[in-house]
Design a protein around this ligand. Structure first.
Ligand code: TRP
Length: 373
């Protein structure tokens, strides 16, 4: 069986470091390892509209931003198809058929849907007693549309963050249900989670659970060197670490969570000057050594922050440089999207043909039914 990847992002803003460690970096590795027969990366504009119906302009403007982030992070259109969800109408048709295989009750139990309804402040009551705006039906159903996204490409592998786990589980249920009712047609996908625990959930710079644009706690891939340094300097550390000489806490300390995600032993050699100070200097060869020193006291937040900023800027520098190049040819980026979308439409149409045939609603191809020779 072919090995196929499908994944994507909602174009509601530029992509940030959370996206990078949670999925983007991995996608680039997977693309370069060459272990997959096809890779589809989707800009999920239709899904973004499920809770931005009144702001299509935001979604529209961010399509090119996300495409620039993808390409500058190293996704290569020669190896992956990058496409726009709403320009593949086959996905909408599949969604409509799959809707009949899912109950309202099951959707309501989807933990991600539940959490996102809370997050967006949509009403959770059925009679409007809480005086909140209701949940848009399209938003409520987006797990079904996501199952259409995945199955349209017969994806075997979906690399996403752990928050998407309930979506993949729901997709697998839809596949099993479809195949048992209409005969084997669709492929059950596997989730591919990030490897390292710190990457699973990179917190915001304020220490809050998630980077989110509305919280203003993100470091964007397109941030300048100065912005990155400024954001790192303002990062949440250990509020009990008042004096450099005090013992500090590593757990829950955002700077260390980021170092867990990004720091490699060679960084200590490369950026050893960050640990040279007026009062004290250190020479570490691993993050464990730095953590031990921080716990014992004497290692200041500023040194660690300078070190982290150096690491992040080293990672982001080539991404920024590629973005600057790509920005000189925006029509070229749109062409890439158009070509990726054309490829996606072909594959999705083939799956839709299979689906209609399995459901026996491909009426005009059925000469037994129509008598047309
Ligand atoms: N829900 C994903 C996000 O919020 C985007 C997405 C839409 C997706 N369809 C998908 C991801 C299918 C993986 C597979 O980022």
């Amino acid at each position: 069986m072919s090995k196929i990847i499908l994944t994507g992002d909602r174009p509601t803003g530029r992509l940030h470091l959370g996206h990078y460690v949670g999925s983007l970096r991995r996608r680039v590795e997977l693309q370069n390892q060459g272990g997959f027969d096809d890779i589809f990366i989707m800009i999920a504009d239709a899904q973004a509209l499920t809770d931005n119906a009144d702001n299509p302009e935001k979604v529209r403007q961010n399509i090119i931003q996300v495409a620039l982030d993808y390409l500058s992070a190293g996704l290569d259109p020669a190896k992956v198809h990058i496409f726009i969800q709403s320009m593949v109408p086959q996905l909408t048709e599949l969604t409509f058929y799959y809707m009949n295989l899912v109950t309202v009750q099951r959707l309501k139990r989807n933990p991600t849907v539940k959490q996102e309804i809370k997050l967006r402040g949509f009403s959770e009551s059925d009679d409007g007693a809480d005086n909140k705006a209701g949940t848009p039906v399209g938003f409520f159903c987006y797990p079904i549309s996501q199952a259409a996204d995945i199955t349209a490409f017969k994806a075997t592998t979906v690399p996403v963050g752990e928050d998407q786990e309930p979506m993949i589980e729901q997709c697998r249920e839809i596949v099993r249900k479809f195949n048992s009712v209409y005969g084997p047609t669709l492929v059950e996908p596997e989730i591919l989670l990030p490897e390292n625990a710190a990457c699973m959930r990179l917190p915001g710079t304020d220490g809050k659970a998630k980077m989110s644009k509305s919280l203003g706690n993100c470091i964007y891939l397109s941030d300048s060197e100065e912005e990155v340094t400024r954001k790192v300097k303002g990062m949440f550390t250990d509020p009990g670490h008042l004096q450099v000489s005090d013992p500090g806490k590593v757990e829950g300390n955002t700077v260390f969570t980021y170092l867990d995600a990004f720091c490699k032993p060679e960084h200590f050699q490369k950026f050893d000057s960050c640990f040279v100070g007026k009062k004290a200097s250190f020479s570490f060869s691993s993050l464990d050594e730095a953590k031990a020193q921080y716990r014992a006291g004497g290692l200041g937040d500023m040194m660690l922050k300078n070190f982290l900023a150096a690491i992040l800027n080293e990672i982001l520098e080539p991404i920024r440089a590629r973005r600057a190049e790509l920005e000189k040819d925006i029509p070229g980026v749109w062409k890439t999207l158009r070509e990726g979308t054309e490829a996606a439409v072909k594959v999705a149409q083939a799956t839709l043909d299979d689906v209609r045939k399995a459901m026996r609603i491909d009426y005009f191809n059925d000469s037994e039914l129509t008598g047309i020779k």
